[in-house]
Write a protein that binds this ligand. Structure first.
Ligand SMILES: NC(=O)c1ccc[n+]([C@@H]2O[C@H](COP(=O)([O-])OP(=O)(O)OC[C@H]3O[C@@H](n4cnc5c(N)ncnc54)[C@H](OP(=O)(O)O)[C@@H]3O)[C@@H](O)[C@H]2O)c1
Length: 241
């Protein structure tokens, strides 16, 4: 029977590509989203992948949402923690709300989604947790103290859980995308976008599928010896050890 994969923030951008790539590999896929019903409906119509609305920032909602997904599609064996937001501001102007919203979604969201699934993954002796962090979690970014802190936290979470899951057949890995041509990046004025591209050694923005292909590999049985890893997908823009 096909394994079931759950992708948070799966209805748009990178998450949508991850859902489509996993489906193409034969997985049963479910997507979660926060509130943009119109986009989610269009996603489900176009891909045939069901979408479920709840906030990853809300632990009880995650438990209930996971229960709904598992009742319909069987146990979730592959979790892709992709949902993320930005609330950018230079630190002297950053509000507590901007800090909290980003940390609660981009960092606590990983706890809220992984914690309810973890005991069953341990019992089954199999699991894949793939966390979408960011280049800016590795290097920091002006105006993103909240986002960079949360994304760096995702990497510590990844490594610690990798240690705990290793003997139970659960791998936990992180992917750090660089600039990917999603709506958000394409909305940047062309001149600034060209400046960004000039700073990327391969000379182009990433495609959502550049990230999605890494997810399908990490989800596969062939990747069973890879755990606690951080995979950069940034065209050479930032090379960390
Ligand atoms: N794009 C890039 O260049 C880039 C670079 C590095 C890292 N990343 C990371 O990659 C991930 C995806 O980015 P993206 O650019 O593809 O994002 P996006 O196009 O803005 O889509 C975000 C998705 O996350 C969902 N979402 C947001 N908050 C949520 C919440 N509280 N609960 C559940 N779902 C929530 C959104 O749902 P709604 O549609 O309902 O709002 C949407 O499906 C994020 O973690 C981001 O930080 C992106």
């Amino acid at each position: 029977m096909a394994r079931t994969a759950l992708v948070t923030g799966g209805t748009r951008g990178i998450g949508r590509a991850i859902c489509e790539a996993l489906k193409a590999e034969g997985y049963t896929v479910a997507a979660n989203y926060a509130g943009n019903v119109e986009v989610a409906t269009q996603f489900t119509d176009e891909t045939g992948i069901p979408s479920y609305k709840w906030s990853v920032a809300d632990y009880e909602a995650c438990k209930d949402g996971i229960g709904e997904v598992e009742a319909a599609h069987g146990p979730v064996e592959i979790l892709v923690n992709n949902a993320g937001i930005t609330r950018d501001a230079p630190f002297h102007k950053m509000t507590q709300i901007q800090w909290r919203e980003v940390v609660e979604t981009n960092l606590s969201g990983l706890f809220n989604m992984t914690h309810p699934l973890w005991p069953a993954m341990r019992d089954r002796g199999f699991g894949r947790v793939i966390n979408i962090s960011s280049i800016n979690g590795l290097k920091g970014q002006f105006g993103q103290a909240n986002y960079s802190a949360a994304k760096a936290g995702d990497l510590g979470f990844t490594r610690s859980l990798a240690m705990e899951g290793a003997r139970k057949g659960i791998t936990v890995n992180a992917i750090c995308p660089g600039y990917i041509a999603t709506d958000m990046v394409m909305a940047v004025p062309e001149e600034i976008r060209n400046q960004i591209i000039a700073g990327i050694p391969v000379g182009r923005l990433g495609e959502t599928m550049d990230v999605a292909r890494c997810v399908t590999f990490l989800a596969s049985d062939q990747a069973s010896f890879i755990t606690g890893a951080t995979l950069s997908v940034n065209g050479g823009q930032y090379m960390s050890g």
